[in-house]
Each structure stands twice: as C-alpha cells, then as structure tokens.
Write a protein that binds this ligand. Sequence first.
Ligand SMILES: [Zn+2]
Ligand SMILES: [Zn+2]
Length: 305
Amino acid sequence: MIYMNLKSAFKKGGCPVCRLLREQEERYFFNLLYENVNDGPTRGLIISSMGLCSYHAWELQARELKEWNDGLGTGIIYEDLAGRVLNELSHYLSPLKQHLFEKYKDSKIKIDAGHKTDTGRTCRWKSSLPGKYLLKIIKAVTKKKKPSEALAGRLSPEKECHICKSLNQSEEAYLEWLVSGLSAPLFREAYLASGGLCLPHLRKILKFVEEKWAAYLLIDKAERELKTLDNNLKEYVRKHAWDFRFEPKYPEEQASWIRAVAFFAGEYRGNAADTVISTREKALFDYSRHSQHHSKDNKENKSLR
Ligand SMILES: [Zn+2]
Ligand SMILES: [Zn+2]
C-alpha cells in the first residue's frame, strides 16, 4: 500500500512525501468533522493534548468553514475544552475565595457570596478589598514560593497533538519504505522521474539510508533537481533587469521562485490561508464590537441604578 501510494505520488509533482502527508491530513479532517466530533476516543485524544496544536487547530477551523460554511464541530470540541479549563481555574480559586468570604463576612468590606458551582461555594472579587490585604491572604492560603506552578502543569497538554503524532509516524514510514523501494527497478525509475524530495525530507531520509549506492542515488537526484531550479531562478532574476526585459520568459522560470520556497520549506500544507486570516480578522472585529456593546450596557445599567 505504501509503495503504491508513493509511486502514485511520484507522478503528481512536488515532494511526494509532503503530498501524501497532506492527503492524509485532509482525509483525517474530513472524517473528524463528518462523523467523529462526538466520537469518544477521538475526543479523548484531543483532550489529552488540550486541543490541537496551533497549526492543526487553525486548519480545523479553516476546513470546517470551507467545507460546511459553519463552525459547529469546532465549537463542540472547544466548548468541552473550555469547560475543562474553567473547572481547573475554579478549583484553584475556590479555597482562596472561600477563605476570603469567611474572613470578611462580618467586616465592612463587602464580599459577594456568589453562587454554588461544581467546585463549591465561591464569592466574587470586590475592588473594595485593598490590594495589600489580598496579597497577604493569597500568600497565607497558597503557602508556596511559586503558587501557580502546579496549576500551570494541570493546564498543560499531557500528550502532543495526535494529528502531528500520526503524521510524524507516517512520514517516517514513507521515508523508510522509499529507501527500501529503491532496490526495486520499477520503483527506482518512478522515483528518478519524479520531482524529488524537498530539503526537509531529503535531510530526514538521509538518516535512514544504510547503503552507499542508495545515498548516492538520492543525493545525485537532489543535486540534479536543485541545479535545474537554480538555473531557472537565475534566469528569472536576470530577466527582471531592464536590458533583458524583452527576452522570452519560460513557465519553469516564472514558477521557480515558488518552487524554491517549496524546496526549502516543504510543500504548502495549508488549505485556505486567505479564508483563515479574513475570518479571524472578522471574528476579532465582531468580538470587539460585542465588548463595546457590553461595556456600554454596563454603563447604562449603572446610570439607571
Ligand atoms: Zn517534502
Ligand atoms: Zn498538530
């Protein structure tokens, strides 16, 4: 299966390993959003990494928006996570608030008793409590040099993003199978006819190579590809000069600056970068408008009181 996948990716252009990993990522996101949002084991993996890594979290958001023009799946996943983080924060604050409430319930300083929550009785902070008292109380209750270090631990992921982990495992498997496949003539020919590996994958595959001839073959292929790219780049740059502006510009030269980025960085992984940025900007704008309304409402409420 891995040989077949590699052979078919050889024909499609660009780094074959980058391509296969991207296809795997796409399939995973589709399945997650289509049927696995409420799947227990999947959610367990997301909880153990306290959400996805930054890259995959934004990709999830972008793909759901692109495919379904909606964010329900992402919303469900992150609503659950927000509840878990809130519980940790409340659990940390609870004894401190309780202490504060007991200490000041008969004094002039007004402490709101608050409401019952899962973590016990809480009270809301009041600005009327002088800062120096608050500091004293916090020190007395926590009794630790670094009072929030343990909480930082509980807010940290137990495991890495499971999509990253799965892609790393696949990447290793593809590279190992690619090396071993080079001894088969048809596979080797297919590889030599491909666009070759990007630099990050070349670096990684060289660590798997045990035989000299295979190392030579991979490095020779990389050198030939890079020489062609370098020539195209040189021509692309040269033809921007005024004196050579009328010389014909060939497609491989015009594409060279993009191919150069792909070679050094690996193929583009994102799917909807423009949508991600514009949606995030809109969310920021909408959220700030909401906050303005909120503070305006508060002011109006106070003046009514
Ligand atoms: Zn690659
Ligand atoms: Zn990830």
